[in-house]
Design a protein around this ligand. Structure first.
Ligand code: ATP
Length: 306
């Protein structure tokens, strides 16, 4: 029996490895839709992050030749500050985050971190310096602990627990019968969009990168979940250079600068108060969102009365 058990064990091991390998590849393809033409220059050095200043200098970009997506994009995110990008759907917000993560290179102009053009340094070092919390997090078909530890594979159990607590998902995990050993994904527990995002935040807290890209979920979350996620995001972005792609204006009120993007151009920029005073696109987007959330409140109050 022992003779049989060893090969069986080995087959089990192989199966797990292959399955994980496939899950990793699948997740990577979904996460990193990396075009093949992005390659490192021969002998390119690694990015050396000092304080983490991000600069876009007159950046233009198109995916397809006949359709410009970004034009004349210039802005700076000072070290440790948060800059938010808002604007209508399709304006090019996520494209800016993809250029910063070097999924693509700018068609013209340049993107730098601490003065280094991203095209001159290795892609791997750019990605190691940036924590990305995407709109839709892809989780591995593995345990919650595995999914969080992915941010830093040598993290201790205690560090994984602490990251989960800071990401406001600790209590939820504690309420599961198998806790951190709960399998998630396809064959495991299906997590809601908000729960998945908090797992991604915990992962990023463990990675502790100097620069962050937060691509806010477009899906509507209830007010309570939204508040929890916001406080998790505030934790992770404190003292880190952060670029937030925001869909809900309530989350950007405190940003150092808000860039308003429309059809691939920055049409307004300033603090929340400055933008309201301009009475332009931002002010009208703000008024519309206020109306929508007031209507939602009235609806909730009416249903509660029934
Ligand atoms: P949303 O708020 O809806 O997420 P967004 O402002 O983030 O929108 P982007 O995702 O940056 O907008 O898209 C900007 C434009 O680029 C869109 O018109 C989109 O169709 C186009 N686009 C995005 N990804 C690609 C791609 N891989 N290939 C070709 N065009 C693309």
């Amino acid at each position: 029996l022992i003779q049989l058990a060893i090969p069986l064990n080995f087959i089990g091991f192989l199966y797990r490895e292959i399955r994980q390998g496939l899950a990793d590849i699948e997740a990577m393809f979904t996460l990193l839709a990396v075009p093949a033409e992005i390659t490192d220059k021969p002998g390119a050095p690694d990015l050396a992050v000092k304080t983490g200043v991000i600069r876009f200098e007159d950046v233009a970009f198109h995916y397809d030749h006949d359709r410009p997506i970004l034009r004349g994009i210039s802005f700076e995110v000072p070290a440790g500050a948060t800059v938010a990008i808002v604007g209508p759907s399709g304006a090019g917000k996520s494209t800016i985050s993809r250029l910063l993560f070097r999924f693509y290179d700018a068609t013209s102009g340049r993107v730098t971190i601490d003065g280094q053009d991203l095209r001159d340094v290795t892609q791997a070092s750019v990605r190691a310096a940036i924590g990305m919390v995407p709109q839709d997090t892809v989780l591995f078909n593995e345990t919650i602990a595995y999914n969080i530890r992915y941010g830093r594979p040598d993290a201790s159990d205690e560090e994984v627990r602490e990251a989960a607590r800071m990401a406001q998902i600790g209590d939820f995990i504690a309420s599961l019968p198998k806790g951190f050993d709960t399998e998630v994904g396809e064959r495991g527990l299906k997590l809601s969009g908000g729960e998945k995002q908090r797992v991604a935040i915990a992962r990023t807290i463990l990675k502790a990168p100097p620069i962050l890209i937060l691509d806010e979920a477009t899906s509507a979350l209830d007010t309570h979940t939204e508040r929890e996620i916001q406080s998790a995001l505030d934790q992770v972005s404190r003292n880190r250079t952060t670029l937030v792609i925001a869909h809900r204006l309530s989350t950007v009120v405190n940003a150092r600068i808000i860039l308003v993007l429309e059809k691939g151009r920055i049409v307004e920029r300033g603090t929340h108060a400055e933008l309201l005073a301009m009475d332009g696109l931002y002010a009208s987007m703000w008024a519309r969102q206020q109306e929508a959330s007031e209507a939602e409140e009235r609806l909730r109050a009416a249903t509660a009365d029934e």
